[in-house]
Design a protein around this ligand. Structure first.
Ligand code: 13P
Ligand code: SF4
Length: 303
């Protein structure tokens, strides 16, 4: 079947099943194009929470579909490839977090949204790359903090807030591939370009950047009239949205090595199959869902 026929079938099934397709900014171009909404983790969770659709087809990684379910447990949440996971989210388990909490009783646990539902259930507050700085600002009075799982985002937040927190040793294997030398080289090649980096990059990369932003933040920044050229230090899939939304502007990836293979697992064929078979349904057990929801709700309340 060619892409045109697949797209027609997806659109027909989408109507029949009252489904909405959400795609993360790192998804393949054709997946972003067929989606009703593209965005970062925060934007997509907000849409998942507010949608009137009965079915959410989540084109992203497992923790994102779980978060959509946590926010909308009455909806059917489908992940078109069940193996599309986030290696960083799998770097901490609920057992490991429970053990850490025992070692540091009384500490407030902040978890990056890139965590499993079980880990969120052991957490006081969640954050995303889009709201973490604001959130930390609102938590000025709390001193004893544990941040999991991303040590890069955590140390960036620690510097920004002037607070020392306990950092878990997790990281994003895709973002740490971007080296400071990449930024130095690209700046030499494109001296007029702004360097925008995702906070999952190492601190050496962040220090060389003009701005540190979530993927949505990067897309928003690119629309500024005074900005014509951007070097972006994040996963290369974001290029599609940047180019589509800003014809005529120039975008350069800091490194071509920054490819998240999990984000590329979802294809048009798999979206069609997912709607036909209503697979793979992502659910979270009730007890875990309720506890995880508290951490996500606290984030939404605070910021
Ligand atoms: P954003 O929320 O900024 O899109 O980041 C999610 C992610 O997984 C980045 O690697
Ligand atoms: Fe996880 Fe990194 Fe892929 Fe984002 S880019 S989904 S953090 S592995």
């Amino acid at each position: 079947m060619d892409d045109k026929s697949i797209i027609e079938k997806i659109n027909k099934l989408k109507k029949e099943k009252n489904a909405v397709i959400l795609a993360h900014n790192y998804q393949r171009p054709e997946v972003q194009d067929i989606a009703d909404y593209s965005g970062d983790s925060l934007a997509l969770s907000r849409i998942a929470a507010d949608t009137d659709a009965d079915v959410i087809v989540f084109c992203g990684v497992h923790f994102m579909a779980e978060t959509a379910y946590i926010l909308s447990p009455d909806k059917t949440v489908l992940l078109p490839d069940k193996d599309s996971g986030c290696p960083m989210a799998n770097m901490i388990t609920a057992d490991q977090l429970r053990a850490l909490k025992k070692e540091r009783p009384g500490a407030t646990v902040i978890a990056y949204v890139n965590t499993t539902a079980e880990v969120k259930a052991e957490t006081d507050i969640c954050c995303t790359s889009g709201n973490a700085v604001k959130l930390l600002d609102k938590l000025k009075d709390i001193d004893d903090l544990i941040f999991v799982p991303d040590k890069c985002l955590g140390s960036y937040l620690s510097k920004k807030s002037g607070k020392d927190f306990f950092l878990w040793n997790g990281y994003c294997p895709t973002h740490v591939k971007i080296q400071p030398e990449d930024i130095i080289e690209k700046r030499k090649m494109y001296p007029d370009a702004k360097v925008l980096s995702h906070p999952e990059c190492t601190s050496a990369v962040l220090e060389l950047s003009d701005e540190v932003l979530s993927t949505e933040g990067i897309c928003r920044y690119a629309q500024r009239e005074d900005v014509q050229e951007i070097i972006f230090a994040t996963e290369i899939g974001i290029m599609h949205r940047l180019k589509t939304e800003n014809p005529g502007k120039k975008f350069y990836p800091a490194s071509d090595a920054a490819v998240c293979s999990d984000m590329k697992k979802i294809t048009l064929e798999k979206i069609l199959w997912s709607l036909e078979e209503m697979q793979y349904e992502i659910k979270v057990p009730d007890e875990i869902c309720k506890k995880a929801r508290k951490a996500v709700d606290r984030m939404i309340e605070i910021v």
